[in-house]
Design a protein around this ligand. Structure first.
Ligand code: F0G
Length: 426
């Protein structure tokens, strides 16, 4: 395959048995024809784009993104999100150095935009006119936005009554065709996969699509660059389907193997970070598998339940890649309760001015839990390290998460009279 006149440089490879496929086969199937595992993209040689210096956001990393032709890029733009040093939180958490990578500042308010800019650009390149996804909310908002910008149809399936209103409002505004599925996210994804397997004209853009992962891996490049060209020691992030942790880990590995030319030098210094996967207690198949010492299987949760609706997933499609990221990096997986998640959301907003959605507060809840418990090997090791939490979504997407806990005295009504207020404030 020629890439806009250049040589072939990407290949599809099975994550399980390592069988390789021609990149041309992309979109025709989502799993290895031999063993059924997910596919990933292998970079064989680098692409070189004339226009890369003009690229905004994550497209400055175009040499590491599998696209044939610059003119197919659908971008809003996305990436290069704020990297916020959190000194107030660090003090309370007992950490020397703590940063939040605020992915809620992407164009549609979540990290999904990194994957969609690549996924939808690739859809255009391959001539697709329709895209589809199942979603707990953010994927649907993001796919709807990028599809509308590309001028193609977008069909989204969401579990009925289980997604935040801000997210559904976005999908409606961006013009997606929306179906509410009676069931949970896992049911919705099953239906979406069946449809796309039968109708080759519709491209599935859930995170099992390997091009999504290629966009999402750029978060690792940015973190290393924003740290001044070095790796963090720990990366703590929420896990639902497992796409994001797999992508970030792929990014850190590529960075340490080949470096990012012109930005972080030949190689980013330091060891690879430990990947810390955090789930909600009622939807924690990965954390439970890890705690049970399992490496090759998980037990799906048949009736997942958490108020952090973005990660309310019982049967994570990228479980194998997720366990690999955790074990290869020497990380962990753990879960936190909904109560801890909502408290952590308020903690981050009130101490650092960062309003993240509940799912994104799960890693903060984990760090608070470690700090509260005090002595543990994990915590002792983290204390003098550089810890980065990827906060995946914006708090504005799910205002009800905060409003439902508000008491009347937090929203007092007063007469329009300064003297009256003066008395109260005295
Ligand atoms: N955080 C947020 C805000 C999310 O929306 C998601 C996933 C995750 C974390 C977990 O990421 O699935 O890659 O492990 N949201 C998907 C969706 C499932 O449909 O929007 P993951």
């Amino acid at each position: 395959m020629k890439f806009a006149g250049k040589e072939e440089h990407f290949e599809l490879r099975c994550f399980g048995c390592k069988q390789t496929y021609n990149i041309d086969d992309y979109g025709k199937f989502y799993q290895c024809a031999k063993c059924g595992n997910l596919l990933e993209i292998l970079i064989i040689s680098k692409y070189s784009s004339k226009a890369k210096q003009l690229r905004q956001g994550l497209w400055k990393y175009i040499d590491h993104i599998p696209l044939w032709d610059d003119k197919n890029i659908i971008s809003i733009p996305e990436g290069w999100t704020s990297f916020v040093e959190c000194r107030n939180a660090a003090k309370i958490l007992g950490l020397k150095s703590f940063f939040v990578k605020f992915e809620g500042l992407n164009p549609t308010g979540s990290f999904k935009d990194r994957g969609m800019t690549v996924g939808v650009s690739k859809a255009i390149e391959q001539g697709y006119k329709s895209t589809m996804c199942a979603s707990t909310g953010n994927t649907s908002a993001s796919l709807a936005a990028y599809s509308s910008r590309a001028g193609i149809k977008c069909i989204v399936l969401v579990p009925k009554g289980k997604i935040a209103m801000g997210k559904i409002a976005q999908a409606i505004a961006y013009g997606a065709e929306i179906y509410q599925v009676e069931g949970n996210f896992d049911d919705s994804l099953r239906v979406a996969r069946e449809i796309c397997e039968k109708d080759s004209k519709i491209l599935l853009l859930n995170s099992l699509n390997p091009f999504r992962i290629e966009g999402q891996k750029t978060v690792a490049f940015e973190i290393a660059e924003q740290l001044g060209g070095r790796m963090p020691d720990y990366v703590v992030l929420p896990v639902g389907n497992g796409g994001n942790i797999s992508a970030a880990w792929k990014g850190f590995k590529e960075l340490s193997e080949s470096g990012i030319e012109g930005s972080i030098g030949a190689h980013s210094s330091g060891n690879l970070p430990k990947m810390m996967a955090v789930q909600a207690e009622g939807a924690a198949p990965i954390a439970r598998a890890f705690k049970a010492g399992k490496r090759d299987s998980i037990d799906p949760v048949l009736d997942p339940h958490t108020g952090a609706s973005a990660i309310n997933i019982g049967s994570p499609v990228s479980w194998m890649k997720t366990l690999a990221a955790i074990y290869e990096s020497g990380g962990i997986a753990d879960y936190v309760s909904d109560e801890e998640i909502f408290a952590a959301q308020k903690f981050l907003a009130s101490k650092e001015g960062l309003f993240v959605e509940p799912a994104s507060a799960a890693p903060i809840a984990y760090l608070l839990k470690l700090a509260r418990a005090g002595k543990s090997d994990e915590y002792e090791a983290m204390k003098n390290s550089t810890v980065v939490s990827i906060c995946t979504g914006n708090g504005l997407k799910d205002p009800n998460a905060v409003l439902k806990g508000v008491s009347p005295d937090q929203l007092q009504t007063i007469s329009a009279d300064a003297k009256y207020l003066q008395k109260i404030l005295a």
